[in-house]
Design a binder for this molecule. Sequence first.
Ligand code: FES
Length: 273
Amino acid sequence: PASSVASRTAAGVGGPNRARIGARTLRTDRWWLPPLLTTLGLATFVIYATIRSFMRESYWVAEHHYLTPFYSPCLSDSCVPGSSHFGTPFGELPGFIPLGFLVLPFLLGFRLTCYYYRKAYYRSVWLSPPACAVAEPHARYTGETRLPLIIQNAHRYFFYVALVITLINTYDAILAFGGEAGFGVGLGNLVLLANVVLLWCYTLSCHSCRHAVGGRLKHFSKHPVRYWMWTQITKINDRHMMFAWITLGTLVLTDLYVWLVASGTITDLRFIN
Ligand code: FES
């Protein structure tokens, strides 16, 4: 576009020390494609997860004990019998409160403050900047020093809660091997299992996890176990972005599978029993 960034703002790319370039960008490639795809991907997940969290239907397969991660742990009297693996300390919940109300804010907080997702939505949604060598529309930049973005610093605490939630999801996946007819293995078990394995990959490859395990050590040689763990986490940390996207996909697929089986739309493919 021919609009002059420099004339619109006196800061940022329009600041006195910046080159006077009239066009917003001189790039001629499709630089807008990655931010567009990222926004579409994130929006699809948010819309799906919101709809499913409020549905209160088809989240538990009684026959095979499959529980979708979006409703785990189910801790209220509103949960269908059998789906509450940790009891029901909460009474009936009004319809506008999701049954997974206790963990959903923490899961959301964990993902929202994740270093990778920050990069993704700062660029793609907030356009700050949308791509290399493309001027951003914002005149001021305060980083993560003020509200609300200063909350991003709470990521390490969300990480510890996420560890507990991943443990709970793992427990659910293990319990699912014992359905109404006793031990059995179906496609649903494999889906739940694959989901938790990948959730572990995402959670353990977290930058805060890497720091908690190996950060602030003055002598690696004096802490061989932590050093070994740190080297392993470093390897998967390299692929954190990949796990971030894969787990968004597996969470949706796992929930969708449980939804389809629980609603009777499809029957679970059984391998044993
Ligand atoms: Fe992504 Fe911690 S950096 S989950």
